[in-house]
Design a protein. Sequence first.
Length: 446
Amino acid sequence: MRYLPLTAPDRAEMLAAVGVDSIDALFADVPAAARLSGPVDLPRAMGEIEVERSLSRMAARNVAAGSVPFFIGGGVYRHHIPAAVDHLIQRGEFLTSYTPYQPEISQGTLQYLFEFQTQVALLTGMDVANASLYDGATACAEAVMMANRVTSRRRAVLSGGLHPHYRQVCATYARFVGFELSAQDPRGGEKLARLIDPSTSCVVVQNPDFFGEVRDYAELARACHDAGALLIVVVTEILSLGAVRPPGAMGADIVASEGQSLGNALNFGGPHVGLFATRDTLVRQMPGRLVGQTVDADGRRGWVLTLSTREQHIRRERATSNICTNAGLCALAFTIHLALLGETGLTQLARLNHAAAVTLSERLELVPGVRLLNRTFFNEFAMRLPRPAAEVVEALAVRGVLAGVPVSRFYPGNAAVADLLLVAATEMTTAEDMDRLERGLREVLS
């Protein structure tokens, strides 16, 4: 069917109906710096074949993660996804289903979301988990707002080890929702317990943190609780919970996590899946949906939306959250992958990841000028280089090695982190990959 654009009278009628005199007036609230000054520099028209050829040439310039040695992490990780995961999520009944507003006709969707919640609660060591959020960053911001509601306070302390993107999302929410953030400098020797005061609603930490460091936050949890605040633990590498003490065992009140590592490929940055878990006593303030198990009139097992506050759809000012959907298909991929692994498979996979990172760190530490910043890590660690890390990464990319993530990408202009490089190793990292990174690093730094 041919697409016929609106005529000038059509546009004028629509503008009049919404009460503006021009199309530009529709974008008055968009900052001028975010607007284009002219048309996008693209060909004005192409046939379908020409478009395919042009886009294919552009795509060929990309370096796929599996085509070269790959050590990039920084919150999104390359893991093996069993073929069964993609096969199952592409079944029509899964691929086309959406959020179940009518639970009685969506029993299959509700059942796998129930299983998903159970898995997340077990992984994190928490009492209850919701039926997913958009991603880890928005889950983190939702956790802060939940802590504000629970404590009736408006100040959140953010660790310097929190992922910068998560910090930025929290700052955006704080600006428009109206609460205060006390964000610490990256790797600044922070003493978070000293920053808690009567106005503090929560302290937000990440484990392993942005620089890969693994910590026990049990003492900090006690300090938070003594002051009437909550402890929020963020996990960007969910696979770490196959080896690391879960947040619930440390006394966390809320866990916000990214679930990408299980069942979800890198996907150029998304879509991914946000995990959210908390204590039973706080469940009424938890954002999103909660699927529960019940029985019908004939005693048969079934599933229902136990918690789905209607305010999220019709009265925004009273809502626990304005996120009115979930990452259902990504959550299903997570659930299938974790079910295929089982508890034994998960712990074995976590050990493989940790072993790969330890082996790689030991080899790279022998390169002249390289200094390892942390000894307690899972599958990612930080190194200090004798040159700016961004330059080294670019030089290694020319050699066909994606060496990691320069911290300066997240903190531009911060000289204290210019020479820091984040390096990740997973079960996908081979001995040959490590050889190429080590050799390349020696060449570049020499």
